[in-house]
Design a protein around this ligand. Structure first.
Ligand code: IMP
Ligand code: MG
Length: 181
């Protein structure tokens, strides 16, 4: 059944539909499965945004994993700030473990760069990063994620975990929002 939220007047247009999302998640899951054969990585989604993408991605991965979550914030309204605050730390021991950090979007790159260093600092053996969408035009560092679903334009987008002031996170598509309201 169609989610009627898609027709909300604040939604400008759909950028990535449900079929495209499903197909890409399957592809990324297969890639990760191939790369981690015989290993048991710790998967760490970054809350809250990665909560939705990570549940799909995990179910597309046919390898054994451990799962933990980290909640950091660096973001207010439609502009990124560079201050990163840990709201919830991991409680699993990452020492000598392979870690896959998941976020739904990379924008300036500060969140993932910071989180990767943070986990390496805690003794992780390796840290790879998976994002569903990459707004690479906005990058302010040299960070490039290991697994990327789609490149997206420099527009404010919502859905599939992404919010605009906490709204529209659960939209089943990725849509451009009218931010001038
Ligand atoms: P970065 O640290 O600038 O790479 O920002 C990553 C975080 O910014 C993401 O986890 C999102 O929470 C947020 N973000 C960046 N662009 C958007 C967007 O277009 N829509 C919603 N959230 C965004
Ligand atoms: Mg986020």
């Amino acid at each position: 059944m169609k989610n009627k939220l898609i027709d909300h007047p604040d939604i400008e247009s759909i950028l990535i539909n449900q079929e495209q999302i499903a197909e890409k998640v399957t592809e990324l899951g297969e890639q990760i499965t191939n790369d981690y054969q015989g290993l048991k990585p710790i998967v760490i989604p970054i809350l809250k945004g990665a909560a939705i993408f990570s549940t799909d991605l995990l179910r597309a991965m046919s390898i054994d994993v451990d799962l933990d979550y980290i909640d950091v914030s660096s973001y207010n309204g439609t502009t990124s700030t560079h201050d990163i605050k840990i709201n919830r730390d991991i409680d699993i021991d990452v020492t000598n473990r392979d870690v896959i950090l998941i976020d739904e979007i990379i924008d300036t790159g500060f969140t993932l760069e910071w989180a990767s260093k943070f986990l390496l600092g805690k003794g992780a053996k390796s840290v790879k990063t998976a994002v569903f969408v990459d707004k690479s035009e906005k990058r302010e560092n040299n960070f490039s994620p290991d697994y990327v679903g789609f490149q997206v334009p420099d527009k404010f987008i919502v859905g599939y975990g992404m919010d605009f002031n906490q709204r529209f996170r659960h939209l089943p598509v990725i849509a451009i929002i009218k931010t001038n309201k």
